[in-house]
Design a binder for this molecule. Structure first.
Ligand SMILES: [Zn+2]
Length: 288
């Protein structure tokens, strides 16, 4: 089984002490690669350092909606430089709206999102979105101001059926976390996940947050190794499991090297999205 944790925060201070062990457990669990999602300028630097130290780590840079109050033009300029200068930066984000906790005022969140949509369009980078309880504002803004190319993922999807199809119609991927495995909180998600086309779904841990079942009964901190639990756990409350999604790959031969990573990501992310992750790549990657 080969897995890709499409969204984690392994740059969080809670991983500092045992990062080697965390990577080793991820490898042993079949997690070939991971994306470190950006939240602010400081963390972006740390994520890039980690990508230089470990194989198959890609990063995103961006300002999280919680940090939107500090989203000044010079900070965005700094992130643009990081994206241009570092090969490991393959996406922009996370950016979006979070009206659930409102750590930054709504007007700052909206301005910060709009600025980052424009930047991702200019840099031609896929977007990683964070949306929570924005009551339709996120969709309105992304629809009217998002880049024409529509590459990206709405990570940790927690919205309604209508919202999910709106994002899919725009061309975005849907990111599914271990919430899927949680009895009460994952109920709606378990209904919706099987409706997502196989080439438009991504699994993620969002580590260190959102530890899935069954690990959450034993440890508090989530980590990339646990991404296997997202598709693989028995899902409480649902008699049947959805069809096996496309991200769950068992047919790739063992002994492959990092060179196939572009092919693998191509498979996982779908065509458009991965072509941008690896812009120089020939289109023949579809042979898998
Ligand atoms: Zn995140």
């Amino acid at each position: 089984m080969i897995l890709f944790d499409s969204h984690c925060h392994i740059d969080d201070p809670c991983f500092e002490q045992d990062m080697d062990a965390v990577f080793e457990r991820a490898r042993n669990a079949g997690v070939l690669a991971m994306t470190i999602a950006g939240v602010n300028a400081d963390m972006a630097l740390k994520a890039i350092e980690i990508a230089a130290r470990y194989d198959n780590v890609i990063t995103a840079v961006g300002i999280h909606p919680h940090d939107a109050a500090h989203c000044a033009p010079d900070i965005l300029d700094g992130l643009i430089c990081l994206a241009k200068e570092n090969d490991c930066v393959k996406a922009w984000g996370e950016t979006g709206l979070d009206f659930n906790r409102m750590f930054s005022p709504q007007k700052d969140q909206e301005a910060c999102l709009k600025a980052q949509l424009a930047i991702a369009g200019e840099l031609d980078l896929p977007l990683i979105f964070h949306e929570r309880d924005s009551m339709g504002r996120f969709y309105e803004i992304v629809k009217s101001e998002g880049p024409a190319s529509r590459k990206g993922v709405v990570h940790c999807f927690s919205g309604t059926r209508k919202e999910m199809f709106q994002y899919l119609d725009l061309g975005y991927h849907i990111g599914i976390t271990g919430i899927l495995t949680i009895q009460k909180r994952g109920r709606l998600l378990r209904e919706l996940a099987p409706l997502i086309p196989e080439d438009r779904i991504l699994i993620e841990t969002d580590a260190p947050y959102l530890t899935p079942a069954p690990q959450k009964n034993k440890v508090r901190r989530n980590e990339p190794a646990f991404v296997a639990s997202v598709p693989d756990s028995p899902w409480p409350g649902s008699g049947t499991r959805p069809r096996r999604p496309g991200y769950y790959i068992s047919t790739i031969p063992t002994g492959f090297s990092a060179q196939i990573l572009p092919d693998l990501l191509h498979l996982i992310f779908g065509h458009q999205f991965c072509r941008l992750l690896f812009p120089g790549r020939p289109k023949t990657a579809q042979t898998w």
